[in-house]
Unconditional design. Structure first.
Length: 162
């Protein structure tokens, strides 16, 4: 964790009963769940697109992306709008979350390296495991959550909808 020498703020959110976090510098805004327009022939985790002040924003279901069950719409369900960098270009994505928790600060010594779970499972998208209030928080490396092929498909959605 040599790159993170200072305290970092993270937005925490839940997927199923697990708590995840993303660097707040990558979060643009948090939206209430809204109508998502389904786009044909996209992967299951691609829920569709939303109109965000005139811009087309693809919406991803992280629960499906991580092999969990589909996100259910509840009063707490929201869309976290994040910026993902791919090949030097910033892509804006909406990510469904069961609920947003809080913004927390973590010192580098509160974060352990991502667990290595063998060679067949890719954990590159986990920046580390933080400890907060006696619980583990999985800190996501939002740029690594999606492969470049998946993000290229998402970029194609922008062109389709334009």
């Amino acid at each position: 964790m040599a790159e993170d020498l200072q305290t970092t703020q993270y937005l925490t959110f839940t997927l199923a009963d697990e708590v995840f976090a993303v660097d707040v510098a990558r979060v643009r805004e948090i939206l209430e769940i809204t109508n998502i327009t389904k786009v044909p022939q996209t992967p299951d985790f691609m829920r569709g697109v939303i109109n965000l002040r005139g811009s087309v924003v693809p919406v991803i279901d992280l629960r499906l992306k991580f092999g969990m069950s589909e996100t259910e719409r509840t009063v707490n369900t929201c869309i976290i709008v994040v910026e993902v960098v791919m090949d030097g270009e910033t892509i804006v994505l909406g990510s469904l979350a069961d609920s947003v928790q809080e913004v927390i600060e973590m010192e580098p010594d509160q974060i352990e390296a991502a667990p290595h779970i063998g060679t067949h499972l890719n954990t590159d998208f986990i920046r580390g495991m933080g400890k907060h209030d006696g619980h583990f928080v999985m800190i996501l490396d939002i740029d690594e959550v999606f492969s470049s092929g998946e993000l290229a498909a998402v970029q194609g959605l922008d062109a389709l909808a334009a």
